[in-house]
Design a protein around this ligand. Structure first.
Ligand SMILES: [Zn+2]
Length: 335
């Protein structure tokens, strides 16, 4: 059975913690993920644990130490009207659970009004930094699914994503449609993407994966389960990859959110229109009362040594901090 433990939500000004533990229906692969919510803005929360049949009032678990920590203002956020982060959940990806109503209806962990922002296909010059700036201005956090090749081309931008405290998963090496590849090649795509992120960050990221175009061959779903990598589908696709106008990106997200009331939203930091839309989109999320949930992993992804070595070779040995040669050497005189 799928067991889900939730330690109650606490926002920047929340002062109490509760515990929820409940059981959901059996997942496709019989895996046992646990989703744990921890108070936002608390670096190392001391979790209160317990098992009950129904939701308890947060006041049932007064924890003075934590209350003080949770009530403390976030010094990093200077925007008093910021969207912020209302809840942080921690996911145990043992067995490779799937999330996102589009393909995994059994594992919905969001309350009404809650939103997880996800950004695919980066890192990309201009657009990803603009997305990071918009998120920072609203003191909020998101989940990024970068493409391995883009990670290798723009390592500094991925480092910025990590430094800003966002969660980073992976999205294959070259954005291949895994449903069209032999299994061995599909696994290579996954593992190279995972190792590329690790190589650039100097440490493994979260064991979260999103299939390109959400096309997921069953054999590879099973493989991810064996690798204890969680699969993120989506609750609503903004379809921003088809949209050129920022206002249409905003309308797409807000219309779909209004219909569903909550959800994991798929966006692309790779897309210029999305990066332009984000400041206003975040304002509208706040104005309409939505709350942002940040998703974190209980354990980092376990990369495979062969792929780490292959990626390091491809990256040029120890030159992890290398920039594209065009940014290092340029002709200033001559033909
Ligand atoms: Zn993609």
């Amino acid at each position: 059975m799928r067991r889900m433990t939730v330690l109650a939500a606490a926002g920047a000004v929340a002062v109490a913690v509760g515990v929820i533990s409940f059981t959901l229906g059996r997942a496709l692969t019989g895996r046992e993920p646990a989703v744990t919510a921890v108070p936002a803005n608390v670096a190392e929360p001391e979790l209160v644990t317990g098992t009950i049949a129904s939701r308890l009032s947060p006041a049932a678990f007064p924890t003075p130490g934590r209350a003080n920590a949770a009530a403390a203002p976030n010094p990093a956020c200077s925007n008093p009207d910021a969207l912020g982060v209302s809840r942080v959940v921690e996911i145990d990806t043992a067995g490779g659970p799937g999330f996102g109503f589009e393909q995994y209806k059994a594992s919905d962990f969001l309350e009404p009004g809650e939103v997880v922002l996800t950004f695919d296909d980066g890192p990309w010059p201009g657009n990803t930094p603009a997305v990071l700036a918009a998120l920072a201005a609203q003191c909020t956090k998101a989940l990024f699914f970068p493409i391995g090749k883009h990670v290798m081309w723009h390592p500094e931008i991925l480092k910025q994503v990590a430094k800003a405290g966002h969660t980073i998963g992976s999205h294959t090496w070259s954005h291949a449609d895994l449903s069209k590849l032999p299994n061995d090649q599909a696994k290579d795509e996954i593992e190279k993407g995972v190792s590329a992120v690790r190589t650039v960050l100097g440490q493994p990221a979260a064991p979260f994966f999103r299939f390109p175009a959400l096309r997921q061959p069953q054999e590879i779903v099973v493989y991810l389960g064996q690798r204890n990598i969680g699969i993120f589908s989506t609750d609503m696709d903004s379809l921003d990859f088809k949209i050129r106008k920022p206002e249409q990106v905003i309308a797409s997200v807000m219309t779909k959110l209004k219909k569903r009331g909550k959800g994991i939203v798929l966006l692309h930091d790779f897309r210029h229109a999305t990066s332009e839309a984000l400041p206003e989109l975040l304002v509208q999320l706040k104005t309409n009362g939505y709350k942002i949930v940040q998703v974190k992993a209980r354990e980092p992804v376990q990369t495979l040594a062969d792929y780490d070595n292959a990626i390091m070779k491809e990256f040029g040995g120890n030159t992890v901090n290398a920039r594209p040669i065009s940014t290092i050497v340029r002709t200033i005189s001559g033909d």
